[in-house]
Ligand binder design. Structure first.
Ligand code: KG4
Ligand code: ZN
Length: 341
């Protein structure tokens, strides 16, 4: 099966071509610079930019894959969750393509696709479900922090999520307090590498609670109060690096401890992680250490598939179409609040 997939749920315009589990092309046009000056994603601007980018990105994906539209067997797009007017652009474009080619269309849940992105690896990126096993999956992005038990392929149960800010949001908001550019996550990651993570003892919210929920707004507030009381700190690059390392250590420790605990409690031996924050070197290292110590099998999404991409949408869509039982719907509407069950 050869399938084209569209992803426009937030600020990346992405189109992928997938054939029999192999990602033939995964083009991504990022809007980070556009939203940078506003300090966050502006939905209206995101939608306009998706409109501008979608056709060139789709053309580039087809060129890279060396596929012509008449060779496509199916079309997929992210249906939700995400920004309503951003989702609308990719979804309706994909449905128009499906209609024009008289091919089936399938709408995909963006978070469900994240669950399977760690199983796409290699060059060319290929979905390998031969070693698939039950796992606890951590999805950490700017908008979400979720722990999901994936009992088997296409069967999962959400264990917990954030009750306020997402982990990526915490990186971005604390970075903003420090005067760092948006999105601050990658900047903090870089500065933290030369900082002392023990310089400040910031709170690890909910770390001892026997549930799988997260809360990061209190950590952000602690940083705000600390900076209010020590404004001169921001003038000293060493102290900024220490602050970044300490904030990162607090976020990472909560994510790792709760993920490991969830895996143990649910009796699974495999942990996966995806979403933009999974690019964080501190998080990747901490999960690897925990993996060595506890004997878990660890699957981290590869760096280019951590952030939003159409490859994961295409891989899941193909899997669903091949398994049958899903109803292709060319008239499906965006589902901005489509939560994973
Ligand atoms: O998954 P993503 O591209 O978009 C959504 O939010 O859906 O994730 C973006 C988030 C931002 O909050 C960004 O700061 C964070 O991921 N991020 C990072 C790193 N790279 C991206 N956070 C920490 N360390 C990084 N290296
Ligand atoms: Zn995402």
């Amino acid at each position: 099966m050869t399938l084209i997939a569209f992803e426009t749920s937030c600020d990346e315009t992405s189109v992928a071509v997938v054939r029999d589990g192999v990602v033939l092309a995964n083009q991504v046009a990022s809007q980070i610079q556009l939203h940078g000056e506003y300090g966050g994603v502006v939905p209206e601007l995101a939608a306009r930019e998706h409109l501008n980018n979608l056709l060139p990105v789709a053309r580039a994906a087809l060129d890279e894959a060396r596929i012509s539209p008449d060779q496509l067997d199916a079309v997929a797009a992210t249906q939700g969750p995400g920004l309503a007017i951003a989702l609308l652009i990719g979804l309706k474009a994909a449905q128009a393509v499906a209609f024009a080619l008289s091919k089936p269309f399938i709408g995909i849940n963006h978070h469900e696709a994240h669950l399977y992105s760690p199983w796409i690896a290699g060059s060319p990126p290929t979905a390998d479900f031969s070693n698939f096993e039950p796992n606890v999956s951590l999805i950490v992005s700017g908008g979400h922090t979720l722990l999901v038990l994936v009992e088997e392929e296409m069967r999962h149960r959400v264990l917990g999520g954030t009750i306020d800010d997402a982990a990526g949001e915490c990186f971005d908001k604390t970075g903003k307090l420090m005067g760092l550019a948006y999105p601050a996550g990658p900047v903090i990651d870089k500065l933290a590498r030369q900082g002392n993570p023990a310089a400040h003892d910031f709170p690890r919210p909910l770390i001892h609670e026997p549930n799988d929920d997260f809360s990061f707004s209190g950590l952000k507030t602690s940083v705000r109060y600390y900076l209010r009381d020590h404004p001169a700190l921001l003038k000293d690059p060493k102290q900024v690096r220490d602050l970044c390392a300490s904030v990162q250590a607090a976020i990472v420790e909560v994510l790792v401890v709760k993920t490991i605990r969830a895996a143990k409690r649910n009796g699974v031996r495999c942990i996966t992680a995806s979403g933009g924050v999974t690019c964080n070197q501190g998080l990747r290292l901490a999960l690897e250490r925990a993996w060595e110590k506890n004997g878990f099998r660890l699957r981290l999404a590869s760096q280019n598939l951590c952030t939003d991409n159409a490859a994961m949408i295409g891989i899941l869509a193909e899997r669903k179409l091949l398994r049958g039982g899903c109803v292709p719907a060319r008239d499906a509407e965006p589902e901005p609040g489509w939560a994973l069950a």
